[in-house]
Design a protein around this ligand. Structure first.
Ligand code: PHE
Length: 339
């Protein structure tokens, strides 16, 4: 029996040392040391021995059990160590690996232009004013001296939301809002979104304007001209002059349209300026005394000028974009070019 037990222990020891996973060890444990295990079987067989030999053999069986238990324990530790090392290996960080590149976004050409224009005017002492995109008829038309039957009020141009609520067709209502709340001197610009029912290569239903308003004592057309020249030259270069042509706006008197020398051909005529040498920039004029009266500014004491420029048009000129719809198409391949 002693021999039998020895062989069993040897076999168990071998299997334990070869076990590759913790799970296998648990099985071996129950197989060799469990209640119904072969080793325990020897204890049950004690009765087969003569009484005198029983205590001696019992001791041997218990020693065998202790030996196997110790073996199991040390093998378990070895396996745990190995697993831990493996885990560490597999999770090892290679700090020399190159990092993942973050894609940097690009500011939309309109945003770039908008910010550059803002910077330019801030540097000249202007403040930036803001007003709502959803405007009332009063601020968009009435207070700007625009009569009921003016064609700009036509449904085909203006997006109406309700009877007297609309999407502002220009940034000029912000002039009114500022003058209602501010005493002269006033020196503001207002960049913003504007809306008209127009859609082709040079018109978008949603577009951007920047309005400027200067009100003080002794402001004249010469100041307006100066400012426009300065603006065009800062943005497009020293050879770019601005001219103003007589025009009509209900809220300015006199009114003018402004053109600038075509930055592509510098005035000699090309396809961009349709061979005229000039490109249209926007509208301008001297604030109409009627508007001063409506907002409660003393038109005897103060004069002012205002102008409104198309930001999209300026962005197109700066970046050589020929179709305005590209600006609003959200095609990243197009937008990525403006780094
Ligand atoms: N608001 C006018 C337009 O959108 C432009 C303008 C602004 C004209 C200021 C005169 C003074 O057409």
């Amino acid at each position: 029996m002693i021999e039998e037990l020895k062989r069993l222990v040897e076999q168990a020891a071998q299997e334990i040392n070869q076990a590759a996973r913790q799970h296998d060890l648990m099985q071996l444990k129950s197989q060799y040391l469990g209640k119904k295990s072969a080793v325990n079987g020897f204890l049950q067989r004690l009765v087969e021995l003569p009484t005198a030999e029983r205590p001696g053999f019992g001791k041997i069986v218990n020693e065998a059990k202790q030996k196997l238990e110790a073996l199991l324990k040390s093998r378990l530790e070895t396996l745990k160590d190995a697993e831990y090392t493996q885990e560490l290996q597999s999770e090892r960080l290679d700090l020399s690996m190159p990092g993942r590149r973050f894609e940097r976004g690009v500011l939309h050409p309109i945003t770039q232009t908008w910010r550059d224009i803002e910077d330019l005017f801030l540097g000249l002492g202007f403040q930036v004013a803001d007003g709502p995109d959803v405007e009332d008829e009063y601020h968009n038309f009435d207070a700007l001296n625009t009569p009921q039957d003016h064609p700009a009020r036509d449904l085909s141009d203006t997006f109406y939301i309700k009877d007297d609520v609309l999407l502002r067709t220009h940034t000029s209502p912000v002039q009114v809002r500022v003058m209602e709340n501010t005493k002269p001197p006033i020196k503001i610009i207002c960049p913003g979104r504007t809306y008209r029912n127009d859609n082709d290569a040079t018109h978008s239903p949603c577009f951007h304007q920047v309005e400027a308003l200067v009100v003080d004592e002794g402001i004249s057309l010469a100041d307006l001209r100066d400012m426009l020249n300065h603006f065009a030259q800062e943005l497009f270069g020293p050879e770019i002059a601005v001219r103003i042509r007589p025009h009509f706006f209900p809220f300015t008197e006199p009114s003018a349209e402004m053109d600038m020398v075509c930055p592509k051909c510098l005035g000699s005529g090309c396809s961009l300026c349709k061979e005229t040498g000039w490109l249209e920039l926007g509208g301008a004029g001297i604030v109409d005394p009627n508007v001063f009266e409506i907002v409660g500014i003393d038109g005897e004491k103060y004069t002012g000028y205002a102008f409104g420029l198309g930001i999209d048009r300026i962005a197109m000129l700066r970046f050589g974009i020929t179709d305005m719809r590209l600006l609003f198409g959200n095609d990243v391949r197009f937008l990525r070019q403006f780094r």
